[in-house]
Design a protein around this ligand. Structure first.
Ligand code: ADP
Ligand code: MG
Length: 326
């Protein structure tokens, strides 16, 4: 199958009509109209097979996840998704695989009325680069640099599920190369969180003008909250006994393993944000947006992220997030 036939498969399955797309896939560049008074938020993420997702991951889920991780970055900025481009490197021209990949991408794109407006298709080891574009009113973006001493630290959803899902896969529940056996109920739920993260776009929008700083958790809570601390010139204390935990994860392992996954596991794609105490309705408003948030600690003077248990004793964490090339 020819490159142009593959592009046609992608274009047909990802069709989303938007008035601001003056020219989409098919010419040398897309032509896009910006709404007045808004700033363009742009973010790129690459997923490499075997690094960012297990090689056994279904094409549909790879399509979903490649867009989800990018939408998560827009969510963390408080931006409204609008457009995306897709650079696809494929080992072979497998139209069925590309069709399923496009269906997964389109399932999420449709939810946010996001238009795929262009891309590139090349041959090589499987790798997907998505660039997303979103709008935010001028001056309203959520930054990493606004946390202040005394602010609370919060996270949306639950932590550690995706990291636990990866463990389920590694521990023989479908570890055979390229295939997956039927996992237990808990593992199935956790693997779904790994394969199909939910970008917290509505929550990011609800936090505009209310959170003092925000980041999405891709590399683990400690690593990513550490970025807020560094950018804001502050420190943070986390109460490990307050970390929000799904029922699937709760029954799966002992507390120490669970906390290690929640603090340093990565791939959560939840939002971590800071906010002052004055905004009492904030948590209720977030809960009504479809995904609540939990207070997990506080911003303090100093630098770096420290962890303590319910009685205030320091907790030692051995792994602090996923890093490439180390
Ligand atoms: P050019 O050679 O001018 O770069 P291409 O032949 O690479 O153009 O692409 C033709 C059209 O298809 C362009 O509009 C491009 O943006 C789009 N396109 C190519 N690959 C993809 C893809 N994977 N997803 C979406 N659009 C794509
Ligand atoms: Mg090209």
């Amino acid at each position: 199958m020819h490159e142009f036939d593959l592009i046609a498969v992608i274009r047909d399955r990802c069709a989303v009509a938007r008035e601001d797309v003056r020219l989409g896939i098919g010419d040398d560049a897309a032509l896009l109209a910006m709404p007045a008074g808004h700033i363009l938020a742009v973010s790129t993420d690459t997923l490499v097979a075997g690094v960012h997702f297990p090689k056994s991951t279904r094409a549909f889920d790879i399509g979903w996840k490649s867009l989800a991780v990018n939408l998560s970055d827009l969510a963390a900025m408080g931006a409204t998704p609008a457009w995306a481009t897709l650079a696809l490197t494929l080992p072979d021209a497998d139209a069925q695989w590309v069709g399923q990949f496009a269906d997964g991408f389109a399932a999420l794109a449709g939810e946010f009325k996001l238009a795929l407006v262009g891309g590139d298709t090349t041959q090589g080891p499987l790798s997907i680069t998505v660039t997303v574009h979103g709008f935010v009113p001028d001056g309203a973006a959520l930054l990493r640099s606004g946390a202040r001493v005394g602010d609370g630290v919060y996270v949306t959803g639950t932590l550690g599920d995706a990291a636990a899902g990866l463990r389920c896969l590694e521990q023989g529940e479908g570890a055979a190369a390229g295939s997956r056996s039927t996992p237990s109920m808990s593992c199935a739920t956790l693997i779904e969180r790994l394969d199909r993260p939910t970008p917290r776009v509505a929550q990011g929008l609800a936090l505009r003008g209310r959170a003092s700083a925000c980041i999405d958790i891709s590399d683990g809570l400690i690593a990513d909250l550490g970025h807020i601390c560094a950018a804001s010139g502050v420190g943070a204390e986390i109460d490990v006994d307050s970390l929000p935990t799904s029922s699937a994860l709760l029954g799966l392992c002992d507390a120490a393993t669970r906390q290690a996954l929640q603090l340093a596991g990565g791939d959560d794609y939840e939002l971590c944000f800071t906010a002052g105490d004055a905004d009492a309705p904030l948590l209720g408003d977030l809960a009504r947006s479809g995904c609540g948030a939990t207070r997990i600690g506080r911003i303090v003077a100093g630098s770096g992220v420290s962890t303590r248990d319910a009685s205030g004793n320091p907790v030692v964490v051995t792994r602090t997030g996923w890093r490439h090339f180390t």
